[in-house]
Design a protein around this ligand. Structure first.
Ligand code: ATP
Ligand code: MG
Length: 885
């Protein structure tokens, strides 16, 4: 059976069991502070398990794109080395929200595997939670055991501990026991030798878990205690690629038709063969896996970058590039060529891959290009250190000393890791080729320090919610009101290094817009009847609840409060949001319909819009875009808003939907003239409110992605008045010239002329000085020697030393100078003398440095030192001769 059919069979099976088939949520999560990427099918249903919202269907099934590369589930380092873990994979799942429980979940899973997929019963094992003797004191999951016993032979039911058979969403929240289903795909011969039961959960590549059935029946509180959930849920997840492996009778996920087309393409491009050499096999698996992860995230709108989710993606891509570089000898970009096959094989189920193929290719290619350059740069840096070590090793060997310096420093290894993306083993490999080792201890220490730093920066501790009112109706009323009377439903204290102590507060009604769709969260205040005021610093959505952030709580949390949004900030933000829509329309109109929104940030002070486009915008285009938007502002277009429109109807009307966004069945549309978008944000009533739109900058964020930053309303007014003030100041500086531009141009011209003159004078002076200094050289022991105080800065000394050294093999210069109360030394020695006489400028300046109370260093033929005691210069000059006599 082809993978396409297997996926369809699963969905069909659960559809027949009255499940609603829903689309996969985006893999990149944009508005959950606790999670960057979807790592399990249940993520998109979290709010239902937490009881924050009521699901429309209580049975659903889907295939979910997952990524396990960070946080609780991180399989990155295993991927490629084994044959059944991926970074990005599909998780097939079925859910019950307070509907069916263990009996149905178990029976259906078994029916699907053994009857639909026809997997041999005696190659399957199931596990049951054995209970725990820790603080939770949980008993064995006898319910599941009984149910399994009815359909599975006794010796195929195994017991598992908390690690494998108790599933928790996080430190807090819904959890419960689970039953896993494992499959043994070894040959009959091997099965006869060792029983599969002994290999379950032992990381054996042919005895693997394929399905996990989680029975959510508890809630874990902040103090660690468990309480029973009011209604019980089922959450299952099955690895699609693993199921394909079993059904297609192969021994590795990479031998299924999910991967073989990509692997064949890698073989062709890199001229290698999969299956011959283990290093090459791993590299090919890594590349085949990672191109999927990276392509799917780019399609979801997450580009590689230097922070957050973007950095994770960049690291995945770099891992693959590096494997190619080391084991497949790929020195040019090649991974972008794989996007074609990928979009051909998976584009049917995931159309975003097809539609965005060009963009994905561009971005991947550019990343490859720049990382290969970084690798080249890192190798050069490393080589420099290797050369130095080899040079000093000669000294060491000569004096028969053993030394630690014969290792690549931990600092260098860490620099290569952190800045150039070299894993330690690559650095070790290159060092080894040069007969050197790496200071691993030093590397590990720096690594640990970095980990500690980032951990303590991101640690957040949350107390339990204090619930004041049970399950009242919660609603956002901020489209129509900026002020409402509200009740506090619940609150909790959270503590983090970044924000300190804060309270999160949930109201029944709220006029505060929660951050989302690019728009920032509202600020404002809460006023109690007794006059107490609590400032709301930010508003965010968490698990479908609107959470308000405050530094403190009102003294009395009961009763009614007046909730007031900061109207000025909201109004400015609205101007920017509406302008963003108009800008989007302008770009598609002026540049073409290939333009797609790739991210936006709507603040009160400015707006930022990222979009796909392959060239820098010309001045004419920018002017046209500005005029387009400003024309629509002048036309005073009224807001036409529709709430709760069926998705299909909105699309029919021409509303723009974005890839990587999760939309419900009913959506909100925002129209201004011909601009119509699906949008949950807040907008002006009329475009005239925006007053004026002005582009502040245009640039590239990544290959094929441009960014425009712009301002509107008050910010434009401020901008013009500031510009005007600057102009006044300039005029004043130019003696109130009525033609400041002409006056400035004249000044610039004069400046240029003077600069040239000065340069010539300096050159002349240097030439004279060089002549003078050469005249002062004295011969000592066959060495042309000079130690002298000169009136030059560090660069000047360096230049003149190297000039004097040209065509000379016997020069020893020691220059000192005094600049702004500090002393400077430099020592230049002809390379030939360094070799023949075993002189080392680095050592010399270090030793002489003590007379000027300072230190320094450099290379054997040129080194410098600085110090705070210029009075010591005379002594330095006196001692210098000792090195050549
Ligand atoms: P494993 O122990 O094999 O890592 P898991 O316990 O992490 O699996 P779950 O979190 O229960 O797995 O996920 C449900 C199912 O998803 C698993 O039974 C497996 O089939 C699949 N799965 C989990 N991780 C991966 C991965 N990295 N690549 C492919 N499939 C996976
Ligand atoms: Mg795992």
């Amino acid at each position: 059976m082809k993978s396409q059919e297997i996926r369809a069979k699963f969905l069909e099976f659960f559809k027949e069991k009255s499940h609603k088939i829903v689309p996969s949520a985006p893999m990149v999560i944009k508005d959950d502070p606790t999670l960057m990427f979807t790592n399990a099918g249940m993520n998109q249903f979290k709010e239902f398990f937490l009881g924050n919202s009521v699901p429309k269907y209580n049975r659903v099934a889907d295939t979910q794109k997952c990524l396990r590369v960070s946080g609780k589930h991180n399989d990155l380092e295993e991927v490629g080395k084994d044959t059944y873990h991926h970074t990005m994979f599909e998780m097939l799942g079925n859910w019950s929200f307070g509907d069916y429980f263990k009996a149905e979940a178990i029976a259906w899973a078994w029916e699907f595997l053994t009857e639909v997929c026809k997997i041999e019963k005696d190659s399957l094992y199931v596990t049951v939670f054995e209970g725990s003797k820790d603080a939770d004191q949980l008993g064995q999951d006898t319910e599941a055991l009984e149910l399994w016993s009815k359909i599975v032979a006794k010796d195929r039911i195994l017991f598992g501990n908390k690690k494998d058979n108790f599933w928790e969403m996080g430190d807090q929240g819904p959890c419960g026991p689970c039953s896993e289903i494992h499959v043994d795909i070894r040959s009959a011969q091997e099965k006869a030798k060792v029983s599969g039961a002994a290999l379950v959960n032992q990381d054996h590549p042919q005895v693997v878990e394929i399905w996990n059935l989680v029975f959510m029946q508890y809630n874990r509180k902040a103090n660690g205690q468990l309480e029973a959930l009011p209604s019980k849920h089922v959450d299952t997840g099955m690895g699609f690629e693993r199921l394909c492996m079993v059904m297609q009778g192969v021994q590795s996920n990479y031998d299924t038709d999910v991967f073989t087309p990509i692997i064949r393409e890698i073989e062709t491009i890199t001229n290698t063969k999969y299956g011959k050499d283990e290093d090459i096999n791993i590299a090919i698996r890594v590349i085949a896996d990672h191109i999927r992860a990276v392509s799917f995230s780019i399609a979801d709108g997450q580009l590689p970058s230097n922070t957050g989710a973007g950095y994770v993606i960049r690291r995945i891509l770099r891992r693959a590039i590096r494997y190619g570089f080391t084991f497949l000898n790929t020195k040019e970009p090649f991974m972008f060529l794989l996007v074609k096959v990928l979009s051909e094989t998976m584009g049917k189920s995931f159309p975003e891959l097809k539609d965005q193929r060009q963009l994905i290719e561009n971005v991947v290619k550019e990343e490859e290009h720049s990382f290969l350059k970084t690798i080249g740069f890192g190798i050069t840096e490393l080589q420099k250190q290797i050369d130095l070590i080899k040079l000093s090793k000669k000294d060491i060997n000569a004096s028969k000393q053993e030394s630690d310096e014969a290792k690549i420093t931990g600092g260098m290894a860490f620099y290569l890791y952190d800045t150039c993306g070299f894993p330690l083993d690559l650095t070790e490999l290159i060092a080894e080729e040069n007969g050197l080792a790496v200071n691993i201890e030093g590397f590990n220490k720096l690594m640990q320090q970095q980990k500690d730093r980032s951990r303590s920066a991101s640690e957040v501790s949350k107390e339990d919610w204090i619930v004041l009112a049970e399950d009242p109706h919660q609603e956002f009323v901020g489209y129509d009101n900026l002020e409402t009377s509200v009740k506090i439903v619940k609150y909790r204290k959270v503590t983090s290094k970044k924000e300190g102590e804060q309270y999160q507060i949930v109201f029944n009604l709220t006029p505060f817009y929660p951050e989302g769709g690019g728009q920032v969260g509202d600020k404002g205040y809460l006023e109690a009847p007794n006059g107490d005021v609590v400032y709301i610093l930010d508003t965010k959505k968490e698990n479908n609840e609107i959470v308000h952030f405050a530094k403190n709580l009102p003294r009395d949390t009961g009763g009614k409060f007046k909730a007031v949004v900061d109207a000025k900030q909201r109004r400015r933000t609205e101007c920017n949001h509406t302008a963003t829509h108009l800008l989007h329309q302008a770009l598609r109109e002026i540049l073409g319909t290939h333009v797609e929104q790739k991210g936006s940030a709507v603040h009160s002070k400015y707006l930022r819009f990222d979009f796909s486009h392959f060239a820098k915008l010309t001045t004419d285009e920018l002017v046209a875009i500005e005029s387009f938007v400003n024309a629509r502002i002048s036309n005073a277009l009224p807001l036409e808003e529709q709430r709760n429109v069926p998705m299909e109807k909105a699309l029919e009307q021409g509303a723009m939907a974005l890839f990587g966004e999760k939309y419900g069945d009913a959506v909100r549309t925002i129209r201004f003239g011909q601009s119509i978008e699906l949008c949950g944000g807040t907008h002006v009533r009329n475009t005239a409110d925006i007053w004026h739109f002005r582009i502040r900058s245009e640039g590239a964020v990544a290959a094929g992605i441009r960014r425009i930053e712009a301002i509107t309303s008050d910010a434009v007014k401020d901008f013009y008045s500031e510009s005007n003030n600057t102009l006044m100041e300039i005029k004043e500086l130019l003696n109130n010239s009525q033609e400041p531009v002409k006056a400035l141009a004249a000044l610039q011209e004069e400046n240029l002329r003077l600069k040239k003159e000065l340069e010539n004078l300096l050159k002349e002076k240097a030439k004279n000085l060089k002549g003078e200094l050469l005249n002062e050289l004295v011969e000592v022991n066959g060495i042309q020697f000079l130690a002298k105080k000169v009136d030059l800065d560090a660069a000047g000394i360096k230049d003149i030393s190297f000039e004097m050294g040209q065509n000379r093999k016997d020069l020893f210069l020691l220059f000192a100078s005094e600049i702004e109360g500090k002393a400077l030394l430099s020592c230049y020695i002809s390379k030939e003398l360094v070799e023949e006489r075993k002189l080392n400028a680095g050592t010399i300046v270090r030793e002489l440095g003590k007379y000027i109370q300072g230190g320094g260093g450099g290379q054997p033929f040129f080194a410098t030192a600085g110090g705070k005691n210029p009075a010591g210069i005379a002594e330095v000059l006196e001692k210098a001769k000792a090195y050549v006599v």
